[in-house]
Design a protein around this ligand. Structure first.
Ligand code: PLP
Length: 360
């Protein structure tokens, strides 16, 4: 069996966790701040605030920006549900703009149309899906022209680069996730990056029950704090991020060079970007035939994602979810993510390529 995802955890993470357990500082503790400092330094960002997850990071970013009931936020229809759920948590409404057929990220042209249809929209959440940076210059230009705040969802793109800049410092604020399947993990966990001191401060208060001083609550906040245990793991993982990403890139290159099946569209890599291959996602004519073949050969895979966000049953009563997003819908019917994790051996890669090249 070749698993779709395989965690990379070593003695470094183990030792740190034991150290935290013995210190008794399980919740708040020095590793949380250290992780924030190292993470923001890695990105060259002004402020980093650790959170309990990527989802909660997105939620507090929106709230810190004053987005709430009656507001609209534009985003892609093709992402993990947390992206648009965070908008709904604030009371705002998501507006979905279709994806680009080549990058699978938010299409600048579709964004432009969405702004025309919803000129009152306050912000746009851009997702760097599967580890590939979105068309940021075009998106930023549209956003600037229309007074839209740009938020980056970097949950799948730690260390990805767009025109010599890391993702996470391209918009007003960004959210990362350290869920175990992501490029690095802390167990559960997330991070907000921003250069804006006001947003950083508000986010910090929101994640800690609305308090700056203990038991004085300036606003109704949340318990969205990262624990010291999670931060200890994240800190060690961050040191290995570039090595892990390099391995993912090499694995992707092997697939780029060796998968030759006519019925398959491989991921596209625009030359001005570093793709970090959170997923290596194929678009296939006959998905059920390919997945049957992968199953038969013990190769793990994922469907990211089988249903676009506005078509989810949970969203059936949201007015902006009635519509058509043909590019995203087509991809949802044809996508398959194959293993690309850093622990893959050359033998496993060769096996996967053979199975895919010979399917049906
Ligand atoms: C994983 C993910 C999230 C949510 O992160 P959690 O840490 O699981 O809450 C948000 N957006 C995208 C695109 C993701 O892949």
């Amino acid at each position: 069996m070749i698993p779709h995802v395989k965690l990379q955890l070593g003695k470094e993470e183990e030792d740190r966790v034991i150290e935290v357990l013995r210190s008794g500082m399980l919740a708040a503790g020095s590793y949380v701040q250290e992780f924030e400092d190292e993470f923001k330094r890695y990105h060259g960002s002004g402020y980093g605030v650790a959170t309990s997850s990527g989802t909660t990071a997105l939620h507090v970013i929106l709230e810190a920006m004053g987005i709430g009931a009656g507001d609209k936020v534009i985003t892609t229809p093709f992402s993990f549900i947390a992206t648009s759920n965070a908008i709904l948590y604030t009371g705002a409404t998501p507006v979905f703009a279709d994806i680009d057929p080549v990058t699978y990220n938010l299409s600048p042209a579709a964004l432009d149309n969405a702004v025309k249809d919803h000129p009152e929209a306050k912000a746009v959440i851009v997702v760097h899906l599967f580890g590939l940076p979105a068309d940021m210059d075009e998106i930023l230009a549209i956003a600037n022209k229309n007074n839209l705040i740009v938020i980056e969802d970097c949950a799948q793109a730690h260390g990805a680069i767009y025109r010599n800049k890391k993702v996470g410092i391209l918009g007003k604020a960004s959210a990362f996730s350290f869920y175990p399947s992501k490029n690095i993990t802390s167990g559960e966990g997330g991070m907000v990056l921003t250069d804006d001191p006001m947003i950083a401060e508000k986010v910090r208060i929101l994640v800690n029950q609305g308090q700056r001083r203990r038991y004085y609550h300036e606003m109704v906040g949340y318990n969205y704090r990262m624990t010291n245990i999670h931060a200890a793991i994240g800190l060690e993982q961050l040191k290995k991020l570039d090595i892990y990403n390099q391995k993912r890139i090499e694995n992707a290159k092997f697939y780029d060079d060796h998968i030759v099946n006519q019925g398959i569209q491989k991921p596209v890599l625009p030359p001005d970007r570093k793709h970090v291959y959170h997923q290596y996602t194929l678009k296939v004519d006959n998905r059920s035939a390919l997945t049957a073949c992968l199953d038969a050969n013990g190769i793990g895979y994922g469907i990211h994602y089988p249903l676009i966000m506005p078509a989810q049953p949970a969203y059936k009563n949201i007015a902006t979810c009635a519509g058509a997003w043909p590019v995203a819908e087509d991809l949802a019917d044809c996508c398959v993510s194959i293993p690309v994790h850093p622990a893959l051996s050359r033998n496993e890669l060769t096996t996967i390529v053979e199975v895919i090249n010979n399917y049906r």
